[in-house]
Design a protein around this ligand. Structure first.
Ligand SMILES: [Mg+2]
Length: 237
């Protein structure tokens, strides 16, 4: 019934969002001395989303957005040493050790014995490749795709290239917007890790879910059992 299983990476296989939360807090600390209205600063999530069309997803986009907002809300008073701190923050985030979630290795080991696995992740190419290599998980994957966006058209392109029937494709991920809805739209299967930390931008309300192909679990440790329960193994040719 399933020919390929794909996994998202950030906040699905390894920690990610908590580093961004820490990064935002660092930014707020840096700006404290400028005596700004904090509501202004905390509202910059929207700003960052607006910048995705230019910079894409990832640390570099995140930090460029902070620099831009910093310049704007301080009315160009932000000191170069504070901009330097933000650039330093980017370097720290980009060299952050990869922390794989508990249970991921075991799940990938079991699944990779039955299915070819693919990693589909978005963000900075170099950073994603580095995290993948550092995760120790590369051995379980047959393919890796780093994309700049996760629209259904992008997924469709990948499925076509690998000659995969969407109805025989399953994607596991933490983001409804990026990992789940586009796959269901194409007629594929999706497992949502509902309890994993997720950036608010990725947390689209799930009102158009194809219930038949949608599986929800709290965490990685439940994925295997959920697939068994949905009868996705027994029909395996
Ligand atoms: Mg993710």
């Amino acid at each position: 019934m399933i020919d390929w299983i794909a996994f998202d990476a950030d906040d699905t296989l390894w920690k990610n969002e908590e580093y961004y939360i820490a990064g935002r807090n660092r930014f707020l600390e840096i700006l404290q001395k400028y005596g700004l209205d904090t509501a202004d600063i905390e509202n910059y999530d929207q700003f960052e989303v607006g910048n995705i069309q230019y910079f894409g997803y990832g640390v570099m986009s995140f930090v460029l957005s902070m620099i831009e907002i910093g310049i704007e809300i301080t009315e160009e008073r932000i000191h170069p040493s504070d901009i330097q701190k933000l650039i330093q923050l980017a370097k720290e985030m980009l060299s952050q050790e990869v922390e794989v979630f508990e249970g991921v290795s075991l799940l990938l080991e079991r699944l990779s014995a039955k299915f070819p696995l693919m990693l589909i992740t978005k963000g900075d190419l170099l950073h994603q490749q580095r995290k993948f290599a550092a995760s120790g998980l590369a051995q379980y994957f047959r393919a890796i795709e780093v994309v700049s966006d996760k629209s259904s058209a992008v997924y469709e392109g990948i499925l076509n290239r690998y000659n995969i029937d969407p109805a025989r494709f399953l994607m596991v991920g933490n983001s409804l917007r990026s990992d789940i809805l586009p796959i269901l739209e194409l007629g594929g299967w999706a497992v949502h890790l509902a309890d994993h930390p997720t950036w608010s931008h990725e947390d689209d309300p799930a009102n158009q879910l194809d219930q038949e192909h949608y599986l929800e679990v709290e965490g990685i440790s439940q994925v295997w059992d959920k697939m068994v329960e949905a009868d996705l193994f027994s029909k395996q040719v």
